[in-house]
Design a protein around this ligand. Structure first.
Ligand code: ADP
Length: 398
């Protein structure tokens, strides 16, 4: 073979082999590149998804918070307000992108923002909103900063203290009222005992008088403590009801029966006008207490020689309206809305003199409400008072 041809052939084979190798290499590189691009795209999507999940998680967290959260930019414009803060300050629409002090016009909030500007944070700042129904908030806030420590805005958290403060106030009033109620009978008991010890016990008439005072006021303390325990049970929801189909007339009759001796002392007649067949779905013992408290008041504040009438009618197929009416002194108009409050007395002297605890009607209200009913009073000065309450009726369907 021609040596030149041989060299050319070898060169050609070598070139072919090199080309095949190069082709393979290119293919491999291409597929590696494709794989990398694919995994990069996947990574991007994954990161994107993670970011979206994180953002929606944060959004859900802010939305579910009881505390109000406001995010402001560095100029004090509202960037974000969660639903709680929108409710707390009734923000309405179009608050985003507006200066906070324009959205909530409250000078105290201005002071809070100044403090955040000055010191970078705000701790337990108490803010009471102006207006007819003021609300009190505890505000905590921090300045927001970027990676270079430059201020980018602020984050404010509003904790509504109004209900807690109201409860605190009620508790304080309650303790003050109870102490006051306990003090009077206790001081009378102590005073009588001291007088007896100081020598009055040698006089039989004085002894009887002071022992009667002790007896009466010890009873008053017992009633007060019993009523307080009932109120406390009812208010804490610990009083369990056991509603059963019950004949209303019989429940009222039993309560009136127990009060007969007291009624006789004031020559008061009971009239039971409740229809015989009327069935209600109630806890009989609890409803008896309702009748007992209302009829006891009707005797105490009713006319000597007067009448106390109990009656009832179906309001519609599910509800019965019952009433206890007297022909006594009546309740002054300004006191009618308040008689169901604990310790409220329209006629203080008379109530105390008759051993009233000031809790009877508040117990009535709780018991009726626990049955899903309502109470109300109608009264005319000098003519009498009628207390109405509703209870569930038993009909054929029940
Ligand atoms: P009290 O132990 O003082 O009777 P209640 O809660 O039962 O407490 O009643 C609150 C106040 O409502 C009483 O002090 C009394 O002034 C007024 N009141 C209640 N029932 C009557 C009534 N039938 N007629 C007139 N006033 C009433």
């Amino acid at each position: 073979m021609n040596p030149t041809l041989l060299v050319e052939a070898v060169a050609l084979v070598a070139l072919g082999l090199a080309c095949a190798w190069l082709y393979q290499r290119c293919q491999r590189l291409q597929s590696q590149l494709r794989e990398r691009m694919l995994s990069f795209a996947e990574l991007k999507t994954e990161r994107h998804l993670a970011l979206i999940t994180e953002q929606s998680r944060q959004q859900a967290l802010l939305d579910a918070m009881v505390e109000g959260v406001l995010v402001l930019d560095e100029k004090g414009t509202v960037e974000h307000a969660n639903p709680a803060v929108q409710r707390q300050f009734t923000l309405g629409q179009n608050f985003l992108g507006r200066p906070l002090l324009e959205v909530i016009r409250d000078p105290a909030l201005g002071q809070a923002l100044e403090q955040i500007d000055r010191s970078g944070r705000l701790e337990e700042f108490v803010l009471t909103t102006p207006g007819e129904n003021p609300r009190t908030f505890q505000v905590n806030a921090v300045s927001l900063r970027d990676a270079d420590r430059l201020r980018t805005g602020s984050l404010l958290v509003f904790h509504d203290l109004t209900d807690r403060q109201r409860l605190e106030e009620m508790r304080r009033d309650f303790v003050a009222n109870v102490s006051h109620e306990l003090r009077t009978p206790l001081s009378l008991i102590k005073g009588s005992a001291e007088t007896l010890l100081a020598g009055a016990k040698d006089d039989p008439e004085a002894t009887t008088r002071f022992l009667n005072i002790i007896d009466k006021h010890a009873d008053r303390l017992t009633f007060l403590i019993e009523d307080l325990l009932t109120v406390s049970k009812l208010e804490s929801g610990r009083a369990m009801l056991n509603p059963q189909p019950t004949e209303l007339r019989r429940v009222a009759e039993e309560a009136l029966e127990a009060l007969q001796p007291k009624a006789r002392e004031r020559n008061i007649t009971f009239v039971n006008e409740i229809p015989v067949a009327l069935q209600v779905h109630v806890d009989g013992d609890r409803l008896q207490q309702v009748y007992s408290n209302l009829a006891d008041n009707a005797i105490k504040y009713g006319r000597i020689g007067g009448k106390v009438v109990v009656g009832a009618r179906s309001l519609h197929e599910d509800i019965v309206e019952a009433w206890v009416a007297d022909d006594g002194q009546g309740i002054p108009p300004e006191a009618r809305d308040r008689v169901f409050e604990r310790f409220f007395r329209a006629d203080k002297a008379r109530s105390r003199d008759l051993g009233g605890t000031g809790l009877g009607l508040s117990i009535v209200k709780h018991l009726v409400q626990a049955h899903g009913g309502e109470v109300r009073v109608e009264s005319e000065l000098g003519r009498g008072t009628t207390f109405y309450f509703t209870v569930p009726r038993v009909n054929e369907g029940n």
